[in-house]
Design a protein around this ligand. Structure first.
Ligand code: CA
Length: 229
């Protein structure tokens, strides 16, 4: 698949909305897959690996939240960026949407022009992180081949868990991760580890990153989790 012919899966039960999205995505040069409900979306995902999913929250049968959760739990699908579309605009819903693993959250009614810009932006970001072995955030550089981390040019010594945590954060700066999500991604779902373990390792990571000075780059998001930046 060529770089500018990415495939976008549109999951939207409202016919007119779906048609508008499909029309605009095709006009942008994307391949499109279309699903009118959650079951249809899951069927597509069994057979295809789209490059991005536009996912309506309120769907018949299986909800958008549930689909997003399944995508982000699946080894084969979890790297696919998901933009959640929702008529719900409460802060709580936004946090819940992002906690499920959605990469972006857009409130209806949205501007199609703005949504297309977000689709392009998200695809650019995910492509860049797939192609490059080096991740950069502000003055922090992480090299996943040599397992080296530097901050402002100085070496940062990290244990393997802290390295994996930082690498996870740097793949998606600003994204908020709940402790449960970090447990799943860093320790794996089959191992029993208390969520407080996450706090301990975040503490070690912070200490290591700030050893030579500089601001604490990891933000604690109250009742939600942690994010880089
Ligand atoms: Ca809907």
């Amino acid at each position: 698949m060529t770089a500018n012919k990415a495939t976008v899966l549109v999951v939207e039960d409202e016919h007119a909305q779906r048609e508008i999205l499909l029309y605009n995505l095709k006009a942008e040069g994307f391949f499109v897959l279309s699903a009118a409900d959650g079951d249809e979306a899951l069927l597509h995902l069994e057979e295809n690996t789209p490059d991005l999913i536009l996912l309506d929250w309120m769907l018949p049968k299986v909800s958008g939240i549930e689909i997003c959760r399944r995508v982000k739990k699946s080894k084969a699908l979890q790297t696919i960026p998901v933009i959640m579309l929702s008529a719900r605009c409460e802060e709580f819903d936004r946090v819940r949407g992002l906690e499920t693993g959605a990469d972006d959250y857009v409130v209806k009614p949205y501007s199609v022009v703005e949504l297309m810009a977000r689709v392009r932006g998200l695809l650019r970001r995910t492509r860049a992180s797939v192609c490059s072995k080096q991740l950069t955030f502000e003055d922090i550089v992480l090299d996943s081949e040599t397992y080296r981390v530097t901050r402002d040019g100085l070496e940062v010594k990290l244990g393997p868990t802290e390295f994996r945590l930082l690498s996870n954060f740097m793949e998606k700066p600003l994204r908020v991760w709940s402790r449960e999500q970090l447990l799943d991604r860093i320790w794996g779902q089959n191992i029993y580890v208390d969520t407080r373990t996450v706090d301990v390792h975040i503490g070690r990571l912070r200490k290591a990153l700030c050893k030579h000075g500089g601001n604490d780059p990891i933000r604690t998001v109250r009742s939600a989790g942690y994010s880089l930046g």
